[in-house]
Design a binder for this molecule. Structure first.
Ligand SMILES: NC(=O)c1ccc[n+]([C@@H]2O[C@H](COP(=O)([O-])OP(=O)(O)OC[C@H]3O[C@@H](n4cnc5c(N)ncnc54)[C@H](OP(=O)(O)O)[C@@H]3O)[C@@H](O)[C@H]2O)c1
Length: 249
């Protein structure tokens, strides 16, 4: 019996869920539960952590999961690492649906840092107007550099924020170049801080930065152990078919 578990929370996971539902493949979509109103999916959805490697391995066994596709965000390294270990422990095949990292083009002025801590350290210095496009999870780290004025773009209305000078825009991607240009100019942005997420949905701010000659502090992706990586929904369907899943039932 096939039971695919999709570790989700990304545009790619949503596209996979649509294709899997259309193919009639029995599957469950898993959200971490970070946002208040996650997008509805055409598959049964579960929400919340599994409880580490052991919790996920138990889930795989208890729900007779036959395949796992890790389609989480490239910075969801904890979840991805857990999936590798749990699938190994439970003898369940795993593939990751990934997207290529962004690479600098001519005209880009990117300064690479290895992680959030590197970005915080790189922000020491004179006050600037900073578009801090790193999501909600790590804002406290940036409280160590309170001299800047930060523009935050978040999926949900935040509660109290750890940054003394900030504007918040509540908005969910994908974002366009026109809108990001207007936003960045309206807020007088001088520097963009971005995770190297890849994909198209969050790319516009980088295109605007290039056009305006603005520097970008680019947080490089975390390293992950070796795993099967696929780069399109079609490849995932091929991988499933190759491992005996009946498509198009
Ligand atoms: N990190 C980002 O920049 C980013 C951006 C956009 C979307 N997202 C999405 O937001 C979610 C959380 O990201 P994160 O950076 O907090 O991940 P993380 O640090 O790698 O994960 C922390 C813990 O959250 C739980 N978790 C994460 N993703 C899950 C999922 N899809 N289903 C069930 N539990 C999940 C797991 O808890 P247990 O150990 O208890 O199982 C995991 O150990 C992911 O689904 C990711 O795709 C993340």
């Amino acid at each position: 019996m096939t039971h695919l578990l999709i570790l989700g929370g990304t545009t790619e996971a949503n596209a996979l869920a649509k294709a899997v539902a259309e193919q009639g493949i029995p599957a469950t979509y898993s959200y971490a539960g970070r946002v208040e109103n996650p997008r509805p999916q055409p598959l049964p959805v579960r929400v919340g952590g599994f409880g580490g490697v052991d919790g996920l391995a138990s889930y795989l066994r208890d729900h007779s999961v036959s395949h796992v596709v890790d389609a989480t965000h490239p910075f969801a390294a904890q979840m991805s690492g857990n999936a590798i270990q749990a699938c190994r422990d439970a003898h369940v095949p795993l593939a990751a649906l990934t997207r290529s990292a962004w690479t600098a083009q001519e005209g880009d002025n990117w300064h690479h840092v290895a992680d959030i801590n590197g970005a915080v350290a790189a922000l020491s210095g004179a006050p600037q107007r900073v578009f801090l496009a790193v999501g909600r999870m790590h804002l406290e780290d940036f409280a160590a550099q309170p001299q800047h004025h930060y523009l935050l773009r978040l999926v949900d209305e935040p509660g109290a924020l750890p940054l003394p000078n900030c504007d918040v825009v509540v908005s969910r991607g994908p974002f366009t170049v026109e809108d990001d240009r207007a936003l960045m100019q309206q807020h007088g942005i001088e520097l963009v801080v971005s995770k190297n997420a890849g994909g198209t949905g969050a790319r516009a701010k980088l295109d605007v930065a290039r056009a305006l000659g603005m520097p970008v502090l680019m947080i490089d992706r975390p390293a992950l152990p070796q795993r099967t990586e696929l780069s399109s929904v079609a490849q995932v369907l091929g991988w499933l078919a190759h491992s005996g899943v009946n498509l198009g039932v």
